[in-house]
Structures are given as C-alpha cells and as structure tokens.
Write a protein that binds this ligand. Structure first.
Ligand code: FES
Ligand code: FES
Length: 154
C-alpha cells in the first residue's frame, strides 16, 4: 500500500492505495465522486476525463499513486452554484442523450476554454478528439461548446 494525498475539487483526500489502482477508480470509489464515468478503462473513450494540475487527462490512464500531490477537478467541482455555462449549453443545444460521455466532454471543453476563450470549430474538435460519443453525433456538442464560449466571454 502507498499513502497518497490529493486535492480534489478544493477538498483534501488522503488514503492508502494499492499501486495497481487506477486514478478513475480512486476518484469514484475512495473519493466517492461518481460523476466521472468509466467507459473503456483503456484510454479510448474519454468518459473518465478530469483536469489534473490544469491539464485534461484520462484518469484511467494514470495510477492513483501517480496523482500523489496533484490538484484535480472533476465534473462535480466545475461549479458550486448551479450549472456551469458549459453544462447549460450542453442542455440548450441538445448535446446530451444518454449522458455517458457528457462529464468527460464537459471537462475537455472546460480545459479548452480556460486557455482559449474563443476557439474555432477546428480547435473545439481537436480538444474533444479523445472523447467519444455514441449517441448525439458531434455537431450538437461542438455547437454547445461554441455557445458556452460565447456566453462565458460575456
Ligand atoms: Fe478512460 Fe475510457 S474510461 S478513456
Ligand atoms: Fe450518449 Fe454521448 S450522449 S455517449
């Protein structure tokens, strides 16, 4: 077992974990933040995307011990007060069907909009290229991120 400390959504967590435990399972099972989804567990779907030290990462591709000392934001930490503008835009633009991909998509969009407040369609597509959606197609998702960028500028 290894003792790790992480800060998730501005709250400190400290646990003993086995070295084989993936970060996504740590987040869901130890920190009990189940908004981060597990799709493939192999780095292909992006459902597990979180922001770690300012970068969007697939949390199934990291071991929990590798995140020791990190600052992590999950979908639950995006806002403390109602829906985040990106979440609202996903609803307004019908960018959600089953919702399985949505937390990961929103986190990738959030990482993009933090560094680029007016992304082009190409930049949006690039930012979500690691996130798969089996339901909506991508048009509504891209449109939701454009809408969120517009509203967040204002
Ligand atoms: Fe991590 Fe699919 S669960 S990429
Ligand atoms: Fe179902 Fe994207 S809304 S996978």
């Amino acid at each position: 077992m290894h003792r790790i400390k992480v800060r998730i959504n501005a709250k400190d967590f400290e646990h003993d974990v086995e070295p084989r435990v993936l970060l996504v399972h740590y987040i869901r099972e130890k920190a009990r933040l189940t908004g981060t989804h597990v799709g493939c567990d192999t780095g292909n779907c992006g459902a597990c995307t979180v922001i770690l030290n300012g970068q969007s990462v697939k949390s199934c591709l990291l071991l929990a011990v590798q995140a020791n000392g990190a600052e992590i934001t999950t979908i639950e930490g995006l806002t403390r007060d109602g829906l985040h503008p990106i979440q609202q835009a996903f609803m307004d633009k019908f960018a959600i069907q089953c919702g399985y991909c949505t937390p990961g998509m929103v986190m990738s969009a959030s990482a993009l909009l933090k560094v680029n407040s007016a992304p082009t369609v190409e930049e949006i597509k690039e930012a979500i290229e690691g996130n798969l959606c089996m339901c909506t197609g991508y048009q509504q998702i891209v449109s939701a991120i454009e809408d969120a960028a517009e509203k967040m500028k204002g």
